[in-house]
Design a protein around this ligand. Structure first.
Ligand code: NAD
Ligand code: WQD
Length: 339
């Protein structure tokens, strides 16, 4: 039997590259479209080194309709996993148009092209950001959705657009995956997250401090109504998340319709717990200073992932310790290579 081919937009990025590895492990053929605006081409070599097979890679912007059409003319896709998008919350506040154009226009272009070529199976990267400030925890999929920043609004709009699309044409099968806080790296140490400039997210910042590239971590807020006063999040190993995409593809094959799924571990861990777990693994102190809360941050967020377990047969299995071990391996291998 011929292997099914999957188009992965944004497949050179952090979550996309790990997803490509999981897809290959599950026997799928992978075609990546990425404009490399937040990634680099060496990721393709690394995915090949891990999986033993080179994914097809096409570098262009998702807003280029002609290029997109050529890909669909050349390949027969069973489904699309759409991860391409910009994701920096702060940047979206200062440059909203960039986010609306890149995230929404690219998605519309993709959907029109998929429709034209009769490919109507889609897995979309949404975010826990769509829950705004949740009223209670754990967060369930039916909770109210609202945006607190333009980035989150692009995710809300695309979720609504996909719901409208499905209402108009029930041939579409769509999984909206709401990721919580992905961290860590592939166990090989070959791929992981490496943001350019000063990292905005917790795990990459801790890593830079552990490597001695930044002097200390700012802990944003020590007076939250949480056990130790610092923010609580649902950290999920990026390989668990990647495997969730394979489960979502299998669900699409069985289930007509559209549904949203929380992809989280179901556990909340505080910033101080994350620091302690990382220190255990790297064997170094992570100096930190507790400073004012970061504007826009919520005190705590963690998922109820039971719907994904029931419907997709997927459950996160890797511990906080494992997230830190794999992150530290990636950081030490990667920074040694770039020394
Ligand atoms: P990433 O920046 O590492 O990956 C996104 C990839 O998309 C990059 O390789 C980038 O070059 C590419 N890209 C962006 N715009 C493009 C365009 N117009 N045309 C072609 N390629 C384009 O980010 P990530 O963390 O891997 O996130 C992937 C998806 O998951 C995004 O949609 C993001 O919003 C969503 N998400 C991420 C997180 C997170 O914390 N990392 C959480 C929830 C949701
Ligand atoms: C986690 C905790 C911070 C950095 C963001 C997006 C969200 C999603 C994931 C895309 C918070 C604290 C952080 C630091 C700190 N992305 N922190 N010092 O804010 O939960 O979510 O990324 O969809 O949409 O909003 O993740 O890693 O930035 O923060 O104390 O230097 O760590 O205050 O409590 P966040 P994060």
């Amino acid at each position: 039997m011929m292997a099914k081919s999957i188009l992965v937009t944004g497949g050179a990025g952090y979550i996309g590259s790990h997803t490509c590895v999981s897809l290959r492990n599950a026997g799928y053929e992978v075609v990546i479209v990425d404009n490399l605006c937040n990634s680099d081409a060496s990721v393709i070599d690394r995915v090949e080194a891990i999986t033993g097979k080179r994914p097809v890679f096409l570098q262009f912007d998702m807003c280029e309709r002609d290029e997109l059409r050529k890909v669909f003319q050349r390949h027969s896709f069973a489904a699309v996993i759409h991860l391409a998008g910009l994701k920096a919350v702060n940047e979206s506040v200062s440059q909203p148009l960039k986010y609306y154009r890149n995230n929404i226009e690219a998605s519309t272009m993709l959907l029109e092209t998929m429709d034209e070529f009769g490919v109507r199976n889609l897995v979309f990267s949404s975010s826990a950001n769509v829950y705004g400030v949740p009223d209670s925890l754990p967060v369930q999929e039916h909770f109210p959705r609202y945006a607190t920043n333009p980035y989150g609004r692009t995710k809300l709009i695309i979720e609504d657009l996909l719901t409208d699309l499905h209402s108009a044409d029930s041939r579409w099968r769509i999984a909206l995956l709401r990721y919580f806080n992905p961290v860590g790296a592939h166990e090989s140490g070959r791929i992981g997250e490496n943001p350019s400039g000063e990292p905005g997210n917790l795990m990459p910042y801790i890593s830079r401090v552990a490597l001695g590239k930044l002097p200390y971590l700012h802990v944003y807020g020590g007076d939250y109504p949480t056990e130790d006063g610092t923010g609580v999040r649902d950290f999920i190993h990026v390989m668990d998340l990647a495997e969730g995409h394979v489960s979502a593809l299998q669900w699409l094959e069985m289930s007509p319709g559209i549904a949203a799924f929380n992809l989280g571990s179901g556990e909340g861990h505080s910033v101080l717990e994350m620091i302690a777990a990382y220190e255990d693994v790297c064997g170094r102190k992570i100096p930190y200073r507790i400073v004012a809360r970061r504007p826009g941050d919520i005190p705590a967020s963690f998922a109820d992932p039971s719907l994904a377990q029931r419907e997709l047969g997927w459950k996160a299995s890797r511990s906080l310790h494992c997230m830190c071990v794999d992150e530290w391996r990636w950081q030490t291998v990667h920074s040694a290579q770039n020394a």
